[in-house]
Unconditional design. Structure first.
Length: 133
């Protein structure tokens, strides 16, 4: 089911946790809890230095996305980081930051739904059935 999430690479996610599904489930749960409301720094247009704020937020978010196999979002963040180094157009950068926020929220929503389904199936099936299969 995770493979059906656009921009999510379950094989990459499993590699990052050495194939341990219970660990992956915990990592995904932590990611969704951390980013349930998105990344506030992406939508802080009134920050004194929005470009530096976005750079810092992107660095952290890109690492988190890479760790869970969120390949599409990782690529979008990388492109935005390039723009942050080459552009001073705050209005255009603000639109890109909001797009990243939207993509992050969509990913969190889908992952949360899959984790909830997995937990429900696991509790109904009994302890012998691993989650996220």
């Amino acid at each position: 089911r995770l493979a059906q999430i656009e921009g999510f690479d379950p094989a990459l996610a499993l590699r990052s946790v050495r194939g341990q599904i219970p660990v992956l489930e915990r990592v995904l749960a932590q990611f969704t809890a951390t980013y349930r409301a998105g990344e506030s720094a992406l939508v802080q247009a009134d920050a004194l230095d929005p470009i530096e704020t976005w750079r810092h937020a992107c660095h952290s978010l890109r690492g988190a996305c890479a760790a869970i196999g969120a390949s599409l979002l990782s690529r979008l963040i990388e492109r935005f980081e390039v723009e942050l180094h080459t552009s001073q157009d705050i209005a255009a950068l603000t639109l890109q930051a909001r797009h990243l926020q939207d993509q992050l929220l969509k990913l969190v929503e889908r992952l949360t739904a899959e984790l909830d389904l997995s937990r429900a199936g696991y509790s109904q099936a009994g302890a012998g059935t691993p989650p996220l299969r």
